[in-house]
Design a protein around this ligand. Structure first.
Ligand code: GLC
Ligand code: GLC
Length: 716
């Protein structure tokens, strides 16, 4: 069953009914100002960092989970009837509902009682603001007197604190209202130099900035008192919950159309120019006024939209393929690249599955993301590489995550995910191949952001490689540390108390448990590094890498081969994981995929055998599962992987991320058809027809699809 269709020429997914199985979202913004928007206008906005600089509020674990957003209400002032043209929050029976998610913009249109409304949401390039461009058209035979109400709920900046610290927060909310523009300035009186503003292009007849006044006591967003009564309360927020809402009256003749533009933006002042006049507590609003003078004008909003479109046409035009398969074309030419850009910008830190308060950007993840977008924005890839390298530790190890606002390593998670360092090599290699910009290797970069520790980037890569050689286990395989690619295979954790972190609780000395996956990654990264050295005329360095790589390959075939497939790891007792000797977790996808992708076992037939075993034991119609048999109970010595119910997440779920490793492996043994077959199984476009099963967006690769052991097999 489908809930919409692909419009390939326009590079849009068109949703034709609002009640999709899950909120189907899009991302607004691609530089510093970002927003998440669902097909019913739910979602939130932030500047750079979803946790530390949140503009609008998100209420966690809500039902539905996109609730709270950029909601507009229309009211027929003759009858008193009101509705939301994006369906939520009033959920009236709309006609002709359509949501178009495009490249960096979303348009939601519908008709109700003869009034057509269409809102285009976008973030202009190079601006820290979002535009909602509403067009209202009267399709009735008679004139219509309408009220338009906008609404957003401000977040008091630090999203984590905003969601928890009510004893303070209910007292600190502050706004200013000037010429109909609502300025949110909580904490501006003290250490913040930033504010947000929410404005409307039309003359307003009223506004609200205090939530309770707008909604009325004991009411929700589906039924605000101000909208019901057709009259804003002109409330000024002092504490409690500052919101932004404007009321605009429109009188439309039959067939008449009017545009109302709303702008929500962010601005930072310098400390010296915070207040205007200087010795007052009044916000210096110049920055906002400058931006508003431009973007509240419909023609300029149109121009921003056109500019955004050509930006994306250019970016996507860099790599286009033409194959006989529509699903492949569509994903490779449009949505794949688009998703890579979203993950580059947000690296899984903000979505409806990552709350935006839980984590920064992953070191491994961000380096991997590079591979998918480096050809589109090499300049930003360069910057990202240098930022990531600056969080590397002197040992060559890396912080697992970093905060985009501060560009510092995240101490909560720390380091010790022993695959991390190699992804830097893989990322830099991709950058070099794409750009030929060898100068990046001479760029000096500190370790752990400590001034005085700078070395050329090249040395960072050397230390990455060295890190593994300094951390080898009893079989000569790399020690796994807290985890490798599989964050949930925690072999040194042995966690027995609820609430402990599986990744950071470490009870073992970490000198025994080894990862065959890291060994394969070492082989791949080592070859890249050797090639880099060779290109720079460092012959001796190159050969030393290659001899270490050779040694590792021998170790893998001696200790990492189980007869019909590659082992996954050795646990803290030195016992095999991912072996025919195991009752559960006998075979894992990661090593079959990554060893064959890295070219290990191509000569002696083990690559072919590993891929055949994968097909036999792990392949399903919905993709290749992570391991089999699923763990039926919790294993103290394996960690989080066995904490999930069978078939979900790392316990035998289908990860869209590692499936392609097997596809690449198949191409390396010359079996392109098998690669294509596997690709089709997880290609979201090819799964569009089963949207009621898949549930997640048909234009997005999900992190995970439920595996064969799950009662909801195939659900993403
Ligand atoms: C998540 C993490 C990624 C990890 C994967 C498997 O996607 O972001 O780093 O490799 O899960 O555990
Ligand atoms: C990955 C996994 C998730 C795990 C997390 C821990 O995102 O998919 O299950 O909890 O890593 O870092």
């Amino acid at each position: 069953m489908k809930y919409g269709y692909f419009d390939d020429p326009n590079r849009e997914y068109v949703i034709t009914r609002p009640d999709t199985p899950l909120p189907w979202i899009n991302y607004l913004g691609c530089q510093a100002y970002f927003g998440i928007i669902s097909n019913t206008a739910g979602g939130y906005s932030f500047y750079r960092d979803a946790r530390l600089r949140r503009l609008t509020r998100y209420r966690y674990n809500n039902a539905p989970f996109d609730f709270g957003g950029r909601y507009i209400y229309l009211r027929d002032d003759a009858s008193g009837e009101f509705w939301s043209p994006s369906w939520q929050p009033t959920r009236r029976n709309l006609q002709n509902y359509v949501c178009r998610h495009g490249m960096g913009y979303t348009v939601i249109s519908s008709e109700y009682g003869g009034i057509e409304a269409s809102t285009r949401y976008l973030v202009p390039l190079d601006e820290n603001l979002e535009i909602w461009q509403l067009t209202v058209t009267n399709r009735r035979q008679r004139a219509a007197d309408l009220s338009v109400f906008s609404s957003i709920e401000f977040c008091l900046w630090d999203a984590q604190d905003d969601a928890t610290n009510f004893q303070r927060n209910f007292s600190i909310g502050e706004v200013e209202i000037e010429n109909g523009v609502i300025y949110h300035k909580t904490e501006y009186r003290e250490r913040r130099d930033h504010y947000s503003f929410f404005a409307c292009s039309e003359k307003i007849t009223g506004f609200d900035t205090q939530r309770d006044s707008f909604l009325g006591p004991y009411r929700g967003w589906d039924n605000p008192l101000a909208v019901e009564q057709g009259r804003s309360g002109n409330s000024v927020a002092h504490g409690w919950a500052p919101i932004g809402s404007h009321q605009v009256k429109l009188s439309l003749q039959p067939a008449e159309s009017r545009q109302v533009v709303f702008v929500l933006g962010y601005h930072e002042n310098s400390r010296e120019r915070k207040f205007d006049p200087p010795n007052s507590q009044v916000l210096n609003k110049k920055g906002a006024k400058f931006a508003l003078a431009r973007y509240l004008v419909p023609a300029n909003a149109d121009a921003a939209f056109e500019k955004l479109r050509s930006h994306w046409n250019e970016l996507l035009g860099i790599c286009q393929v033409e194959t006989p398969d529509v699903h492949t074309n569509r994903m490779v030419n449009i949505w794949n690249a688009y998703q890579c850009m979203a993950t580059f910008n947000m690296s899984r830190s903000a979505s409806f599955y990552e709350s935006g308060i839980g984590r920064g950007l992953g070191f491994r993840d961000s380096n991997q993301d590079l591979l998918g977008f480096v050809h589109m924005v090499p300049g930003r890839a360069r910057e990202r590489i240098l930022d990531l390298a600056a969080t590397q530790l002197p040992s060559g190890g890396a912080y697992h995550q970093y905060q985009p606002l501060t560009k510092r390593g995240n101490n909560d998670v720390g380091s010790g995910f022993n695959d991390d360092p190699h992804w830097l090599i893989v990322g830099v290699a991709a950058y070099l191949k794409e750009t030929g910009d060898w100068s990046i290797l001479d760029e000096t970069v500190p370790y752990d952001n400590q001034a005085g520790t700078e070395t050329p980037l090249h040395e960072h890569l050397q230390r990455s490689f060295r890190y593994t050689l300094d951390h080898l286990g009893p079989h000569g395989l790399p020690l796994i540390g807290r985890a490798d690619w599989n964050d949930c295979l925690n072999l040194n954790c042995f966690s027995d108390s609820p609430g402990q972190s599986f990744q950071t609780t470490t009870n073992k000395d970490g000198k025994v448990a080894e990862s065959v996956f890291i060994a394969a990654l070492f082989v791949l990264a080592g070859r890249e590094l050797a090639e880099i050295a060779e290109q720079r005329g460092l012959q001796a360095e190159a050969s030393s890498y290659l001899s270490e790589v050779k040694k590792m390959e021998t170790t893998i075939s001696r200790h990492g081969w189980d007869g019909e497939w590659f082992l996954r790891a050795f646990d803290d007792f030195g016992r095999k994981i991912g072996s025919k000797e195991n009752a559960e977790g006998r075979i894992f996808i990661e090593t079959q995929g990554f060893c064959t992708l890295a070219g290990i076992g191509l000569d002696d037939g083990s690559a072919r055998a590993a891929l055949d075993s994968t097909r036999k034991m792990l392949a399903t119609q919905h993709g290749i599962i992570l391991q089999q048999p699923a763990y039926s109970k919790y294993y103290l010595e394996l960690g989080e992987i066995s904490s999930y119910p069978p078939g979900y997440k790392e316990n035998a779920g289908i990860f869209c991320h590692n499936n392609p490793w097997v596809m690449i492996g198949e191409t390396r043994v010359g079996n392109g058809d098998a690669a294509y077959d596997y690709y089709t199984r997880i290609n979201p476009s090819a799964r569009e027809q089963i949207s009621e099963v898949h549930r997640c967006e048909p234009y997005v690769y999900a992190q995970m699809i439920a595996g064969r052991d799950a009662p909801t097999h195939g659900e993403a």
